[in-house]
Ligand binder design. Structure first.
Ligand SMILES: C[S@@+](CC[C@H](N)C(=O)[O-])C[C@H]1O[C@@H](n2cnc3c(N)ncnc32)[C@H](O)[C@@H]1O
Length: 251
């Protein structure tokens, strides 16, 4: 495994590159299996209100959960004792994910709630509240070794922020804002630590690692998102000419 390198590959095969107990922190955002929303196709204009991303294409809930279990088992293998893990998910799968996390050996710790202050509005015909929350499951391999406590009012399991906008926004449908991710990375890792993200997407975890002087490794299966990651690396290097860490690469 090379430090500060993202591999263009399926994470399940890519994990072979990562040694046992070599990672200080896992921070990841897997597919959410949004295809379950197919049953609302009868709705007028359903395309406007239902998110069906290509990377969410699993045949069934069972297949999706089995996939997550394989990924989390590998995360457990590569995590150092005392490493924390953070995994984004929606409210519909959070209880399954908490159980899988424990099944593979991690300790479940807390669910963190991100309130998106500018969500897609509720559509009257759907008779549902707006989807303004995303959840971040915190777990650990044993008791967390690193816990960089912030001021007490920043240690709540609730964070409020708009979705990615402006220059930070890239062409990735589920890009997470750096502002939401960085506090958890700072709390659960130290400068120089290695962070793993098996589902890099637009590379948010990698950029957050560079900004906070951590190292990263990870995977992204889709070539078009790898191009975005490369653009973000170039932007970071342009804006940080004095960067003296290991230069980020994608291959
Ligand atoms: C929810 S998105 C991550 C978004 C990311 N947090 C960001 O801020 O840009 C999940 C990503 O995982 C990728 N992906 C899906 N299955 C994968 C697999 N088996 N191995 C590696 N990447 C995969 C998808 O292409 C997608 O970009």
């Amino acid at each position: 495994m090379k430090i500060n390198q993202i591999y263009k590959t399926d994470c399940l095969s890519g994990f072979a590159k990562i040694g046992d107990e070599s990672v200080d922190l896992i921070f990841t955002d897997p597919p959410y299996f949004q295809n379950r929303a197919k049953d609302v196709k009868g709705l007028k204009n359903h395309k406007d209100v239902v998110t069906e991303f290509k990377f969410d294409g699993y045949a069934s809930e069972e297949e999706y959960l089995q996939f997550l279990e394989k990924v989390l088992r590998e995360c457990y293998r590569v995590a150092k004792l005392g490493a924390s893990g953070y995994l984004w998910c929606g409210d519909d799968f959070v209880s399954y994910i908490n159980r899988i996390v424990s099944k593979v050996g991690f300790q479940f710790r807390k669910v963190i709630h991100w309130h998106k202050t500018n969500p897609f509005p509720a559509i009257y015909t759907r008779k549902m509240f707006a989807n303004s929350m995303e959840l971040l499951v915190h777990f650990s391999k044993g008791t967390p070794k690193t816990w960089n406590h912030k001021p007490v009012n920043e240690m709540h399991n609730f964070i409020e922020s708009p979705i990615c906008m402006g220059k930070e926004r890239k062409k990735h449908e589920t890009q997470k804002p750096l502002k939401v991710c960085i506090p958890f990375i700072e709390i659960s890792s130290n400068a120089g630590d290695l962070i793993l993200d098996p589902f890099m997407g637009s590379g948010t975890t990698a950029i957050a690692a560079l900004i906070t002087n951590r190292n990263f490794t990870g995977f992204e299966i889709d070539e078009k998102y790898c191009t975005i990651i490369n653009q973000r690396f170039n932007e970071f290097l342009l804006q940080n000419k004095d960067f003296n860490g290991k230069r980020p690469t994608i291959d």
